[in-house]
Ligand binder design. Structure first.
Ligand SMILES: [Zn+2]
Length: 394
C-alpha cells in the first residue's frame, strides 16, 4: 500500500491504538489511503506548480494525515517498566493508579491481555475488549519507541493489518517487544465535524434544504445541528483561502502544511460513508463497515487499486465544488453498503473470504473515489494558487 517513497526506511516503530469509545463519524480514510491520494494529486498538477509540490511530496503525504492527528491529544505515557505487567496480564497497583489518575476505569484485579483476531488486535481490560486502531476516536493507547509528534520524519505503521506487508504484527510478543504505551484522548473536539457532512439528514437528494452559505445554514438549522451534521464543505472552502494566503506569503512550510490538511478534508469527503448518517452501517446492522471498506479492504487490495486522476482544473467556486463532491459521494453509499451485506452472506465473520468478495463488489468504488479525490485535491491546490495571483512557489 505504501508508495515507494514510504516503504524504505520509516517503518521503524509501531503505532497501537486503543479505542475506548466511538464518537460519531470519527473514522477517516486510513492513513495509507490519504498518502496515496495526496501523492497522486501531485502528479495531476499543471507544470507551473508541479515542481514545488513534487519537491515536497513526502511532506505533503505526511501532512495529509494531520487533521486526524489533531483529533487526539497525549494524555499520559506508560513507561516501558509496565510492559511486563501488560505481557503477563497482571496489572500492578502502580499501573492501575496511572490509569485511574487519568479517569480511566480500571476494575479491581482486572486482567489485561492482547489478542489477535482476523488480522486485528484487541486489548482487554477486565471484561471490556477494545479494538486497537490507528485512528483517534476517544481514547486509545499508542505504542512506539519514538514520539511521532516530536519526530516528524517518521510516521506510524498500520498495526495488525492483513494487508501490511511491511511489518506483520503477527504475535503478541512482537507487539510487546516494540511498544511502550502512550495513552491519548480525543484532541480538539471541534475537529471531528470538519471531516464529514451527513447530508441525508437534510432531506431527500439532492438536498436543496441545506443552504450552502454557512450563515444561512446556521440561521435555518441552528449552529448545533449544523455542527454535529458535519462541516466538511465549509472547512474545505476555508482551507482553500488559507492556502492562497500561505502561497502569497511565500512561506514554504506553511504552504505544505496547509495544502496537506486541505487534501485530507477533500479526500475524506470523497469517501461515500462520510456523507451519510448511516456512516458506519449502524442503522442497518452493518457495524464496522466504515473501517472494513477504507482500511481493511483498501489496505489489503492496495496493489490492485490503481488511481487514475485527471489533470487539475480551475474551480469556479471552491465551496460549490465541495458540495458537488458530497452529491457525487452520496450516490455510492448504498452501493457500498449493499456490497458489504452481499459479501457477508454465508460468512461467519469478516475474515479473508468476506474481504475477497467485498473487494470484488466494492473495489471499483474505492478506485473511482480515490482517483476523483486526487483530481479534486490537485484542482483545489491549483485554484488556491490562481486566487493567490500565481506567485512563484519556492
Ligand atoms: Zn479525516
Amino acid at each position: 500500500m505504501k508508495t515507494k517513497i514510504w516503504s524504505t526506511s520509516i517503518w521503524s516503530f509501531v503505532y497501537a491504538v486503543l479505542v475506548v469509545c466511538y464518537a460519531p463519524q470519527a473514522f477517516p480514510w486510513g492513513s495509507n489511503a490519504h498518502e496515496r491520494m495526496t501523492d497522486a494529486a501531485c502528479d495531476s498538477l499543471p507544470s507551473e506548480i508541479f515542481p514545488f509540490f513534487d519537491k515536497h511530496r513526502q511532506k505533503l503525504a505526511y501532512h495529509s494525515n494531520d487533521p486526524d492527528r489533531w483529533r487526539r491529544e497525549l494524555l499520559f505515557r506508560i513507561g516501558l517498566k509496565y510492559e511486563k505487567d501488560l505481557n503477563s496480564g497482571q496489572v500492578t497497583e502502580d499501573l492501575r493508579q496511572v490509569f485511574e489518575t487519568h479517569g480511566i476505569d480500571f476494575p479491581q484485579n482486572a486482567e489485561v491481555s492482547l489478542r489477535g483476531r482476523n488480522g486485528r488486535w484487541y486489548i482487554t481490560i477486565g471484561e471490556q475488549e477494545y479494538p486497537i486502531r490507528k485512528e483517534a476516536d476517544k481514547l486509545y493507547l499508542l505504542g512506539d519507541k519514538a514520539d511521532i509528534f516530536e519526530n516528524r520524519s517518521v510516521d506510524p505503521v498500520l498495526l495488525g493489518s492483513e494487508g501490511d506487508t511491511h511489518f506483520a504484527l503477527d504475535t503478541k510478543e512482537k507487539l510487546l517487544s516494540l511498544t511502550s504505551l502512550n495513552v491519548y484522548k480525543t484532541g480538539d473536539p471541534a475537529e471531528s465535524p470538519r471531516h464529514f457532512l451527513d447530508i441525508d439528514i437534510y432531506g431527500p437528494y439532492p438536498f436543496v434544504e441545506l443552504p450552502h452559505d454557512y450563515d444561512e445554514a446556521v440561521a435555518k438549522f441552528g449552529v448545533e445541528d449544523v455542527t454535529t451534521r458535519g462541516l466538511a464543505t465549509w472547512c474545505i472552502a476555508k482551507y482553500t483561502q488559507s492556502l492562497s494566503e500561505a502561497m502569497k506569503s511565500g512561506d514554504a512550510e506553511k504552504i505544505v502544511e496547509t495544502a496537506g490538511a486541505l487534501a485530507h478534508y477533500i479526500e475524506d469527503l470523497h469517501m461515500p460513508l462520510h456523507v451519510v448518517k448511516n456512516y458506519n452501517g449502524q442503522l442497518t446492522n452493518q457495524h464496522g463497515v466504515h473501517q472494513r471498506f477504507e482500511d481493511d479492504m483498501v489496505d489489503a487490495y492496495a496493489e490492485q487499486i490503481h488511481l487514475s486522476p485527471k489533470m487539475a482544473s480551475e474551480l469556479e467556486d471552491p465551496l460549490e465544488a465541495a458540495f458537488d463532491i458530497v452529491l457525487d459521494s452520496y450516490v455510492y453509499a448504498d452501493n457500498l453498503l449493499h456490497a458489504d451485506r452481499r459479501a457477508k452472506l454465508g460468512e461467519d465473520d469478516y475474515g479473508t473470504p468476506y474481504l475477497e468478495k467485498f473487494f470484488r463488489f466494492s473495489g471499483w468504488i474505492a478506485v473511482r473515489r480515490m482517483s476523483a479525490a486526487a483530481t479534486a485535491t490537485a484542482s483545489y491546490w491549483y485554484t488556491a494558487w490562481l486566487h493567490a495571483g500565481k506567485p512563484e512557489l519556492k
